[in-house]
Design a protein around this ligand. Structure first.
Ligand code: NZQ
Ligand code: ZN
Length: 386
């Protein structure tokens, strides 16, 4: 296990009606808020009305940035930062999934930065400060409510890039699992795949961490148990609660402390979203089994066997390769059972014309990963997934 510093300071208000704490959680940082949200789900399910009535009660004034797209755009960030600067706003409150929260994070940083917001996406080291963020989570998936990462797209250049800085981690997160009961089966399944992928990205590391890996296996088993339950029974509170909490812990740094590793499948998926605007978790669910099959070799087989046995209940009696392959096939079957497409062609990618450039961009981000891949290998994975 490598050295690390443990600090995961987000205050989490978890459970039914925890929204009642929002006014107090925000007031610690200020009384002038930018509300950031997406295409309107929060108006349909009543969360918007609840939040704004709490703000009125607590004497909090607010302005709004709405219409944040899934795969949030840099233009939304620029617009939000401008509202913050013009109004002297003090706190940014995203309500939604990863897209609204990520957008809010870069808004919060851009409001404190003199240049163009895209600079902060290209180079997170330019983020020196940010307005405080208090997130209200409505979709269990990205873990953005408790991590220091934001992923922003620039559709003009077909770039979808992650940026990170400690000051982007939300100061507080309101996590009421009932808020996720209106999430569609498709987004629930996609969110489950995303949580599993975050966990796997840290699990498959060349550095060791026995304890972290057992925790990771627990999170994966939680997703397997409750992902399908939430898809089939949207109002199953225990399913929604377990997914929501698993989502935060999959990526809040805990699993990777002591065994850091650059991620493998996410950089490949981000190229799919950047060029074809597909749903992030769907791209991950399609690519993950192909990536696993591709990197399975004598060096990695024991790790894949452990994964198969501990997560999927595959027999330890099988040969290492048989066990490893059974675990990989069970992963693919589970994503199918969730109702997710298993081919890129089914997910809105019409042909392979852009695979070359996409693979080139992804390969640049795959240095030092669990199993380094060349541009040609990434392209091959895209083709196999088509
Ligand atoms: O926009 P609205 O109307 O709110 O609808 C959203 C959106 O259409 C809907 N939704 C959210 N909560 C809902 C709901 N619908 C009904 N009821 C609710 N309670 O779901 C759709 C998807 O929302 P989005 O926020 O885009 O989903 P997600 O949370 O999966 O976020 C995806 C984005 O996060 C990035 C992804 O790349 C993608 O851009 N990621 C962020 C990460 C991070 N910050 O650490 C890491 C991840 O790996 C990921 O890259
Ligand atoms: Zn992800």
């Amino acid at each position: 296990m490598k050295n690390f510093i443990y600090s995961i300071p987000t205050t989490v208000y978890f459970g039914k009606d925890q929204i009642e704490n929002l006014g107090q959680a925000v007031s610690v940082y200020g009384k002038k808020v930018l509300l950031v949200y997406g295409g309107g789900s929060i108006k349909k399910n009543g969360i918007y009305d609840k939040v704004t009535s709490l703000f009125r009660e607590c004497g909090i004034s607010w302005e709004e940035l709405s219409g944040v797209d899934p795969n949030p755009r840099i233009d939304s960030v620029r617009a939000g930062a401008e509202i913050c600067r013009r109004g002297g706003l003090e706190v940014v409150v995203p309500i939604g999934g990863g897209s609204s929260i990520d957008c809010a994070k870069v808004i919060a940083a851009a409001a404190c930065y003199d240049g163009d917001a895209w600079d902060l996406v290209l180079d997170g080291s330019r983020i020196k400060s940010a307005l405080p963020i208090v997130a209200v989570l409505t979709l269990a998936a990205t873990g953005s409510e408790m991590d220091h990462i934001a992923v922003i797209s620039n559709m003009e250049t077909n770039d979808k890039l992650g940026t990170r800085a400690d000051c982007l981690r939300p100061k507080a997160a309101i996590m009421d699992p009932t808020y996720t009961e209106t999430v569609s089966a498709y987004q629930t399944a996609s969110g489950t795949a995303d949580i599993m992928s975050h966990t796997l990205e840290s699990y498959f590391s060349n550095a060791e961490g026995y304890m972290q890996d057992r925790m990771a296996e627990g999170i994966l088993k939680t997703c397997i148990e409750f992902g399908i339950r939430a898809v089939e029974h949207p109002d199953d509170y225990e399913a929604r609660a377990n997914l929501m909490w698993a989502g935060s812990w999959a990526i809040n740094d805990f699993l990777k402390l002591g065994k850091p590793v650059p991620w493998s499948v996410h950089p490949m998926e981000h190229e799919l979203s950047a060029y074809y605007d597909i749903t992030h978790g769907v791209g991950l669910a399609i690519l993950t089994p192909h990536w696993m099959r591709h990197v399975l070799c004598d060096r990695t087989v024991e790790k894949f066997r452990t994964y198969a046995v501990n997560v999927w209940g595959v027999s330890w009696e099988l040969s290492p390769y048989d066990a490893a392959q059974a675990g990989i096939e069970k992963t693919a079957e589970y994503f199918k059972k969730l109702g997710l497409p298993d081919r890129l062609s089914e997910a809105g990618i019409p042909d392979d014309k852009k695979f070359g450039i996409m693979a080139e961009k992804a390969a640049k981000k795959l240095k030092g990963t669990y199993a380094e891949l060349t541009k040609e290998e990434v392209e091959q994975i895209f083709r196999e997934a088509m």
